[in-house]
Design a protein around this ligand. Structure first.
Ligand code: KG4
Ligand code: ZN
Length: 354
């Protein structure tokens, strides 16, 4: 069945295009409901131990039309009934962003519909406003504290409205996602290593190994010290026993997850006390980690003033639905972008603030 545009002015059909890193995501939203969410992950980076920007951009070029076709087909909509195109403006890899931007602009020009520029980090948080058609919908009320934990970012953000956000703390060096990936590489896992650490942590003793927590004042994070502490420890143990990693892989992974979860919780707890905002919202790829989810959930149960919101797992790692929902909210507020000159989208400023 095709959905007719005329009947759905209140529930616009918006395309979300995500291409900031190595995932090509295209989603179709109808109002705040997601009709399709196609993510084509690029496996090519696995063997390099991290994302190769040039390859990422080339693969987006190939994947975007494929993902678009799939998303339209799954959503069962006619292209003529699309109301607007939302796309990730940044932050992210410049080549990848350029490919996504060019694709979004072409669609917008071809279909004669407006463009909506989306900030990737804001979009991670806005997934909490996606409507689940057959579930009770509990949305976080403003203001709330957002913890964005991904490969690119580790930030505590005060969210006062959909697009009114203030960064309270960030990582001074490595993001938490990179931390997982770098440690995973030491343990012999392919990129992205975060999910592998979680997989191998199953059945492990999380109290077996203790590592040094970073001492950073305020609400900022630092993970480089933890990475070198773990690296030095592993090297030292490998000298004594060359099979140290193999023999202890489950306990190591469980202990690493535990310390990262604790570091995150301690900072967010501090942020809730200093802002007196006790609604806490997690998002980003790392928020799919179950140890982190458990740590935050059990804390929120103990401290009844806390109200915790965890994203649906399918919306944690990079995806088009997060860009589509941010687009829908921008559309509701009529925040269109009429500027179609690509040079004005560069150089994708660093997004130190929103
Ligand atoms: O949000 P995302 O897809 O991309 C960025 O915006 O950066 O996050 C990707 C990051 C990678 O570093 C990956 O290792 C990590 O999220 N990640 C995880 C898990 N799933 C993804 N880290 C720990 N546990 C997981 N289950
Ligand atoms: Zn992301």
């Amino acid at each position: 069945m095709l959905i007719c545009k005329k009947n759905f002015n209140e529930n616009p059909i918006i395309i979300g295009i995500e291409s900031s890193c190595d995932d090509t995501g295209i989603s179709v939203a109808k109002g705040r409901i997601i009709l399709s969410n196609i993510v084509l992950s690029q496996k090519i980076h696995k063997k390099y131990g991290g994302v190769v920007p040039e390859l990422a951009a080339r693969h987006h070029e190939k994947n975007l039309p494929l993902a678009f076709k799939k998303a339209i087909k799954k959503a069962k909509i006619n292209m003529n009934y699309i109301h607007a195109i939302s796309f990730t403006l940044g932050p992210g890899l410049i080549g990848s962003l350029l490919v996504g931007t060019a694709f979004a602009r072409s669609l917008s020009l071809g279909l004669g519909v407006p463009l909506l520029k989306i900030n990737h980090i804001q979009a991670h948080l806005l997934v909490h406003f996606i409507k689940n058609s057959n579930m009770n919908n509990l949305y976080p009320k403003f203001p709330f504290l957002g913890l964005v934990i991904s490969g690119g970012h580790t930030q505590i953000i005060e969210v006062n409205d959909y697009f009114q956000m203030k960064i309270l703390g960030s990582s001074l060096d490595e993001s938490v996602g990179n931390t997982f990936d770098k440690i995973a590489k030491m343990l012999g896992f392919y990129y992205p290593g975060g999910p592998m650490i979680e997989l191998f942590a199953k059945g492990g003793d999380k109290k077996k190994f203790t590592f040094v927590k970073p001492l950073v004042k305020g609400l900022n994070f630092s993970f480089s010290g933890l990475i070198s502490n773990i690296s030095q420890y592993i090297k030292k143990e490998l000298k004594k026993d060359s099979l140290f990693i193999k023999r202890n892989i489950h306990d190591l992974c469980a202990s690493i997850q535990k310390i990262i979860a604790e570091i995150l919780l301690e900072k967010v707890h501090k942020a809730t006390l200093s802002t007196k905002i006790f609604r806490v919202v997690l998002s980003g790829g790392v928020s799919s980690n179950n140890e982190i989810r458990r740590t935050f959930t059990s804390f929120s149960k103990k401290y009844c003033c806390w109200r915790l919101f965890l994203p649906k797992k399918e919306y944690t790692t990079d995806n088009g639905a997060m860009i589509a929902i941010a687009g829908v909210i921008k559309y509701e507020k009529r925040l269109f972008d009429s500027d179609l000159d690509i040079k004005n989208y560069l150089p994708f400023s660093k997004f130190k603030k929103f």
